[in-house]
Design a protein. Structure first.
Length: 278
């Protein structure tokens, strides 16, 4: 369903509800509000409801940030003379150029980047993190902590990369509670003597995701739900007849759900219409 078809369906529902005329700008604002409600509602049911999983799958974004073994030993991405950091590769200046690698709707509002080594600055349209994984490497054997540079004797073959490990994202309060815990099962493992590979955990701080033991991290992979706009959900014809912008591929069934939510907001009553299965 394109944007004009969406407007026509809105008009039909508004006529049925005997509602006054709405301008295009007003319709667009209500569609954006409805998209937000649509995502939040389906997200709450995503774990148990198949239709909700289908609804959200097109707007789940895959983000992959990594340093290769060659990049680690190159000395090109050293953060603050401490260690190779993702913030030196995935910088604020570079993130716009990477936008289309991340998903079809890439803009500066959709694509995050790194600061302060391995702290992820979430983009404006980041709503939910579905999962987060990290890959580590043998930092202690590769990097001289006094300079952040690799030891002169190491080669690319000496860098041992781990597989991806799931990382739980925590609220700041929960993170600090666990950090102070004396429970050997729930407390953090900060010291290398307690684990062969230091534990990586993460927590939210304002609009950032902060990782523990950042010097050991060489890759971060996330699946996130981003907030699309009405022009992402309902494509339209731009100059020259091209479809702008690229969009998530929601089914017409779910597009109609969004329109009906928008009309319900516009009328402040339940339009009494249900969309059948796609």
């Amino acid at each position: 369903m394109d944007l004009n078809e969406a407007y026509n369906y809105m008009d039909m529902l508004l006529d049925k509800a005997d509602q006054p005329y709405f301008t295009i700008n007003e319709k667009n604002r209500f569609l954006d509000l409805a998209i937000s409600d649509f995502i939040n509602s389906h997200y709450q049911r995503m774990g148990a409801d198949e239709d909700s999983r289908k609804a959200l799958t097109p707007i789940i974004d895959y983000a992959n940030f990594n340093l290769t073994a060659a990049e680690i030993i190159s000395g090109s991405y050293i953060h603050n003379n401490q260690y190779p950091g993702l913030s030196e590769k995935y910088t604020e200046d570079a993130h716009l150029n990477r936008s289309n690698e991340m998903h079809d709707v890439g803009t500066q509002k959709d694509v995050g980047y790194f600061i302060y080594g391995n702290q992820y600055l979430m983009p404006e349209r980041h709503l939910y993190t579905i999962n987060c994984q990290v890959s580590t490497y043998n930092y202690d054997q590769i990097i001289d902590p006094s300079t952040g540079l690799p030891y002169s004797s190491v080669t690319e073959g000496d860098v041992k990369l781990s597989g991806l490990i799931n990382v739980d994202l925590q609220a700041t309060a929960d993170y600090h509670d666990q950090a102070e815990s004396q429970d050997p099962f729930n407390g953090f493992k900060y010291r290398k003597s307690e684990a062969s590979t230091p534990e990586i955990r993460a927590h939210y701080v304002e609009n950032r995701i902060v990782f523990t033991n950042p010097m050991y991290i060489r890759q971060i992979v996330m699946h996130v739900i981003f907030l699309p706009t009405f022009t992402n959900i309902f494509y339209y014809k731009g100059e020259g007849g091209s479809n702008l912008p690229k969009r998530p591929t929601l089914s017409e069934h779910h597009q109609r759900q969004i329109i009906e939510l928008a009309v319900s907001k516009m009328t402040q009553v339940d339009v009494g219409l249900m969309t059948g299965p796609s």
